[in-house]
Structures are given as structure tokens and as C-alpha cells.
Design a binder for this molecule. Structure first.
Ligand code: HEM
Length: 415
């Protein structure tokens, strides 16, 4: 194919613009260039940005892109940790990913939903006379649920500390200065605590159920038949605990949608309606902005040259708002999912492609189930009111939690 010139963002570096424009950085430029692929410079490095379904299909082609060294060091030291599944390729990745996916059984997911319902009931009974800030409450509930579900032994009094450490990792991952160091310190402390536990499980001096995820991760063997380095096993256990706590961001958006779109809440009659509402929340609101990879070897696609080693970002938020895929993408319409033609690349809030052989989020089914359980609980088992509050959020804040955190009052379980 003949070569096409890839549009290029003028200027030395656009990192500050990325911080300023946030979720709209890629689409602002793809609209300006009238191109779904363009070149820019971020953190001093040539970077290709892409948005759209076909582009997602290309991005998730394992023969074209690799995850090795794709995530910036400062994000690894806070959000992901070092040596985890996110940075692996090929057979090593498939084997490690299977360790996660084997937990996502029907029984495992049902157990999580049951825990979530129980924890919300407990929360409401304890706070029926006070206001409840949903984001804070959800972080606490989800941390407790994450510890229970993974089988990590814990004291109830320690849950706030666990919740703070896990939240620092995703709330402060993209920050600079003090907050960044706070996130690094929280990760270091959590990794140390978990590595100690995993060592004790291996030496049989800590008792945990042999069916539990924590036992499974402690005893997991890599392709060479060796137990995982204990530090890496700790990083992987945090790859369960941290994102389970992070579902709080979506729970906050679910409640924000309940506030903003009462006419859509009125329509929630069946489990399918609940599912569509949740899917629209995951499509509509911003959360995970982009996924990173590097070009494996030089190749040409649609006339564009991709050079080996080039950092490439796929815009997840932009693809979920792509007018070529979604009719009126900026309006909240759960019923759009009724006649939705699903592909692994057209709806990608938690990444696209395949679960087992690709990097699509291992916890996507769990996230959907937790959100469905929570929405069902709030609309069918609870009466409550919203307080007067500032529900605005910033499109360059990652994650973009509404200012007031969404506050409800007079919450009562329905008889
Ligand atoms: C809170 C909502 C969540 C969001 C927005 C989210 C988003 C994502 C995204 C965007 C990716 C990367 C996709 C890519 O690189 O192409 C990812 C990967 C991953 N997620 Fe999630 N996630 C969430 C919840 C969860 C949960 C609940 C779990 C575990 C219980 C989980 C575990 C993982 C793991 C292990 C990976 C790495 C997969 C791989 O590299 O193969 N996530 N997630």
C-alpha cells in the first residue's frame, strides 16, 4: 500500500495539554486532523494516538503490539506495580491471565454480588439517620468485599487503612508532587503487607481457605513450574484488591445517573433494563482514559507506517463516544443497548479484544455484576433522597469523581 502521511501535532511536547484536556485530548486532535490516527509527543516521546473500532481491532492484534515497557514508570510505581500481568506478552501473559480468569466463575461472581448486597444493607442500617457520601461508603464496602472475596485475613478495624491505601493507588496514579509520593508509599506498604502474608501461606503459618483467591495466587506456578516471586504475587493480588475498590468510581456515577436521569430510572422494570442502564453508565462517564502498547515490529496499516518500539495509545473514552459507533453519543440512553451489535472492539470502557489471550480487563464481568447488584439495591430495596450538592466533575481529573461525592439522606430499607 502507498504511504500516507500521519497527521502530526505541532510543538515540542504535549504532556501539559494532555493534563489540561484530559479525556478529550485524543478526540480534540482527531477531530482537528479529521484522522483517527495521529502522532504527538508525550513525556518527551513520539506517541501515536488512535480512536475508533477498527483502530481498537488493530491495537489488540498481539502480532502487532506488545505491552512490554508500555506503561510509564510513574504509573507502574503507583497504579499497576512492577512485574504484573499488564506488562506481559505471549505465552507468559496467557498463563498469568488464566490465573485471574479462573476466578471469574459463575459461583465466584455470585459470591461477590451476595457480599456486596450484604455490605450495602449493613451500611444503610448503620447510617439510616445520617447523610451517606456514596463514594466514601462505596470504597469502604468494596474494600471489605475485596478482602472477604479474596480470602485475605483482616480485622474490621483495619478496613479504613486498607481502603485508603488501595484508593491512593488509583486516585493519585496520574498526579505529581506530594500526592504521587503518597501513592507510591501506599503501594509499597500494601505490597509489603501482602508479600508477608503470601510467604506465611507458603510456609503454612497463615491459615486461609485452599479455595480462596489468595491461596491460589500464593501457590501459583509460572510456565517454568516455579512459584511466582513473592513480590510479583503481591502485585497480582493487588491487581484484584485495588480495582475492586475502584468500582466505587462507577458506583458514584451510577448514583449520579440516578439523580440526573430520573426518567430512565422510571423505566427500570427488568434485570435487562438494569443491565442496559449499567452499560450506559460505563459507556457515558469517563474513567480509564487510554490503554498503552508498543509497536512490535515495523508495519504498514492503511498506508500509515508504525515503527518498531513506538508508544501507541488507544483512546477508550473516545471510542465509547465515537459518533461512527454510537448514535448521539453524548446523550444518556440506556435503551441503545437493546439493539446493540456487540463486537470486542466497539464498547471498551475496560479495554477491548479477548479476555484470555488479550489484555481486556479481567474484572469486567465482576464490575458489571457489582454495579447491577448496587443499582437494583438502590432502586428496588431502598428509599432515599439526594441532598443539595455540587455534582460537577472535571474532564481532566482521573478518576473524575463528582465534587460532593454524591450524597444521599434518609436512606431506609424498604419493608
Ligand atoms: C473499576 C472498574 C474497572 C475499570 C474501569 C477497569 C479497566 C481496565 C482497563 C482499561 C484495563 C486495561 C485494558 C488494556 O490494557 O487493554 C484493565 C485491565 C485489568 N483489569 Fe480492570 N478495570 C476495572 C475493574 C477491575 C476489577 C474489578 C478487576 C479484578 C477483580 C480488574 C482486573 C484487571 C486486570 C488483572 C487487568 C490486566 C489484564 C491484562 O493485562 O491482561 N479490573 N482494567
Amino acid at each position: 500500500m502507498s504511504e500516507t502521511h500521519m497527521p502530526k501535532d505541532k510543538g515540542l511536547d504535549h504532556t501539559l495539554k494532555l493534563l489540561d484536556e484530559g479525556y478529550r485530548f485524543v478526540t480534540n486532535r482527531s477531530d482537528k486532523f479529521e484522522s483517527r490516527i495521529f502522532e504527538t509527543r508525550l513525556l518527551g516521546e513520539k506517541t501515536i494516538c488512535m480512536v475508533g473500532e477498527k483502530e481498537a481491532e488493530l491495537f489488540y492484534d498481539n502480532t502487532r503490539f506488545s505491552r512490554k515497557d508500555a506503561t510509564p514508570g510513574r504509573i507502574q510505581k503507583t497504579l499497576f506495580g512492577e512485574g504484573g500481568v499488564q506488562g506481559l506478552d505471549g505465552a507468559e501473559h496467557h498463563h498469568r491471565k488464566a490465573m485471574f480468569m479462573s476466578l471469574m466463575t459463575k459461583a465466584g461472581l455470585e459470591e461477590m454480588s451476595a457480599i456486596i448486597r450484604e455490605e450495602w444493607e449493613r451500611e444503610i442500617k448503620q447510617h439510616s439517620n445520617t447523610e451517606i457520601q456514596i463514594y466514601q461508603a462505596a470504597k469502604h464496602i468494596l474494600t471489605q468485599a475485596a478482602l472477604r472475596w479474596t480470602g485475605v485475613p483482616y480485622q474490621e478495624a483495619d478496613v479504613p487503612e486498607w481502603a485508603d491505601q488501595l484508593s491512593d493507588m488509583f486516585e493519585e496514579a496520574g498526579t505529581v508532587g506530594w500526592n504521587h509520593w503518597q501513592a507510591r508509599s501506599s503501594r509499597a506498604k500494601a505490597e509489603e503487607r501482602i508479600a508477608g502474608l503470601l510467604e506465611r501461606i507458603r510456609k503454612k503459618s497463615a491459615e486461609v481457605s485452599k479455595d480462596s483467591p489468595v491461596y491460589h495466587f500464593a501457590m501459583h506456578r509460572d510456565l517454568d513450574g516455579e512459584l511466582l516471586d513473592v513480590q510479583i504475587a503481591a502485585v497480582e493480588l493487588l491487581n484484584l484488591l485495588r480495582p475492586i475498590t475502584a468500582i466505587a468510581v462507577y458506583i458514584d456515577f451510577v448514583l449520579l445517573a440516578v439523580y440526573d436521569y430520573p426518567e430512565e430510572v422510571e423505566k427500570l422494570a427488568s434485570e435487562e433494563d438494569i443491565q442496559h442502564f449499567i452499560q450506559e453508565v460505563r459507556r457515558f462517564y469517563p474513567f480509564f482514559p487510554v490503554a498503552p502498547a508498543r509497536v512490535k515490529e515495523d508495519f504498514n496499516w492503511n498506508g500509515y507506517t508504525f515503527e518498531e518500539g513506538t508508544l501507541t495509545l488507544l483512546d477508550l473514552y473516545g471510542t465509547n463516544h465515537d459518533p461512527d459507533i454510537w448514535d448521539r453519543p453524548d446523550s444518556f440512553q440506556p435503551e441503545r443497548f437493546q439493539a446493540w451489535k456487540e463486537s470486542p472492539f466497539n464498547f471498551i470502557p475496560q479495554g477491548g479484544g479477548e479476555f484470555n489471550i488479550g489484555h481486556r480487563c479481567a474484572g469486567e464481568w465482576m464490575t458489571i455484576d457489582v454495579l447491577k447488584t448496587t443499582l437494583d439495591f438502590f432502586v428496588n430495596n431502598l428509599s432515599f433522597e439526594f441532598t443539595e450538592q455540587d455534582l460537577s466533575y472535571e474532564m481532566n481529573d482521573i478518576p473524575p469523581v463528582p465534587k460532593s461525592g454524591v450524597i444521599i439522606k434518609e436512606a431506609q430499607l424498604k419493608k
